[in-house]
Design a protein around this ligand. Structure first.
Ligand code: PLP
Length: 382
């Protein structure tokens, strides 16, 4: 079945599956135990940390393995909020709900929202003017948006933060595995999640600033250099790094071709279903993501009809799609609630072929006439 929801989650990649099974079969011992088999598990764990650090160009001591991006967001914002009792956090309003909730909880009453352009970008100028109002404890801007694919100019924003002496927290969950990891290590705190790039669910990572003394997600048996107690998920961690290594390879050869597929899909979509719009079309976006404002019909109904034709797509963030109310991301970009309810997200993978994109356009064109008389945004979900 053509799967166009890779920003929600990805299938386990063959190399991740093989690595995970091998770790379960051969390295199931506790890496903290003292006999030789445990030492072998420890060597694998250290090796995975070093390989990830190498992709990022950082010291391995800065890497903390977590259960995913949500945990990492709460942990790092909790730590940064605790370093000062009054400094605010400057928050990009198009962050994933995991980061928004972490900021609300950890910086209760101290959240200042950055402005974004109608194309969903936090500009250097917007950050500079927010910083001119006072030094925050941290700036939070993601690398790539899960709903729209919009790429933030994180390297530029990081340069501004650095000059102001403020740490940048960058949720790169949707960047890793799609675009090169190198360079992200320069950012003080970076977050990744394995299941977004062919790794297993329930594993991710966080990079710490060099001066993160006392950082502790949860005290326990001293694992993760004392940063996170609990026996390490070695199969998950090793498989995650194997998946990332495999994706990093693909980028070298396939990225421009995959971007071409996405652009061809967008052209065909706009030509065959006039009246629709690609969200943030003027922004640089992930090669795999299209958020499309349909000319009519509520997005949930499109999703159901596409599913019946064999296509799995999304209304936006998987975590938010069960909730009532329009997307906060589209709201921050100036879309009305009625428009936001007509937005569908298509997200491909390295393995999505050009003819899968063409078949998706055909399916959308088949469904469209059923919405022709529908008043936009008010069609009830069956
Ligand atoms: N951040 C972004 C940008 C995401 O897309 C997601 C997943 O939907 C998350 C955070 C949450 O990730 P996890 O499932 O690893 O907690």
């Amino acid at each position: 079945m053509p799967y166009f929801d890779h920003n929600a989650t990805t299938p386990l990649s063959p190399v991740a599956r093989e690595t995970w099974l091998r770790a379960c079969d051969e390295h199931w011992h506790n890496p903290s135990s003292l006999y030789r088999d445990a030492a072998k598990a420890r060597i694998r764990l250290d090796g995975a940390r070093e390989q990830l650090a190498e992709f990022l160009g950082i010291d391995a001591a800065r890497v903390v393995f977590t259960s995913g991006a949500t945990e990492a967001a709460h942990a790092i914002l909790g730590y940064l909020a605790g370093r000062s009792s009054s400094d605010p956090v400057l928050l990009n309003p198009t962050e994933h709900p995991a980061m928004l909730a972490a900021a609300e909880r950890r910086f209760a009453g101290r959240v200042r929202t950055l402005s974004v352009t109608p194309d969903g970008v936090v500009t250097r100028e917007a950050l500079q003017s927010a910083l001119a109002c006072g030094r925050p404890a941290a700036v939070v801007v993601m690398a790539a948006n899960n709903e729209t694919g919009v790429l933030q100019p994180w390297a530029d924003l990081h340069a501004v933060c650095r000059q102001a002496g403020v740490p940048l927290v960058c949720d790169a969950s949707q960047w890793f595995g799609k675009l090169p990891a190198s360079g992200l290590g320069k950012v003080e705190c970076v977050i990744g999640s394995a299941h977004k790039f062919g790794g297993p669910k329930g594993v991710g990572f966080l990079t710490l600033p060099a001066d993160a003394d006392g950082f502790c997600v949860q005290p326990g048996g001293g694992q993760e250099n004392g940063h996170r107690g609990g026996t390490e998920n070695l199969p998950g961690i090793w498989a995650m790094v194997a998946a990332l290594a495999s994706a990093e390879q693909k980028k070298v050869f396939l990225e421009s071709e995959r971007l071409f597929h996405r652009q061809a899909f967008e052209r065909a979509l706009l030509a065959r279903l006039p009246g629709g719009r690609v969200v943030a079309s003027a922004s640089e976006r992930l090669w795999n993501t299209v958020a499309w404002l349909a000319p009519a019909g509520e997005n949930h109904r499109w999703v159901t009809k596409l599913d019946k034709l064999g296509f799995q797509v999304s209304t936006g963030s998987a975590c938010a799609s069960g909730k009532e109310g329009p997307s906060h991301v589209l709201g921050a970009m100036g879309y009305s609630a009625a428009e936001a309810k007509r937005v569908l997200r298509f997200s491909s993978s390295w393995d999505t072929a050009a003819d899968a994109w063409s078949a998706l356009v055909d399916a959308l064109a088949t469904i469209a006439p059923s919405f022709e008389n529908a008043p936009a945004g008010v069609v009830s979900v069956p």
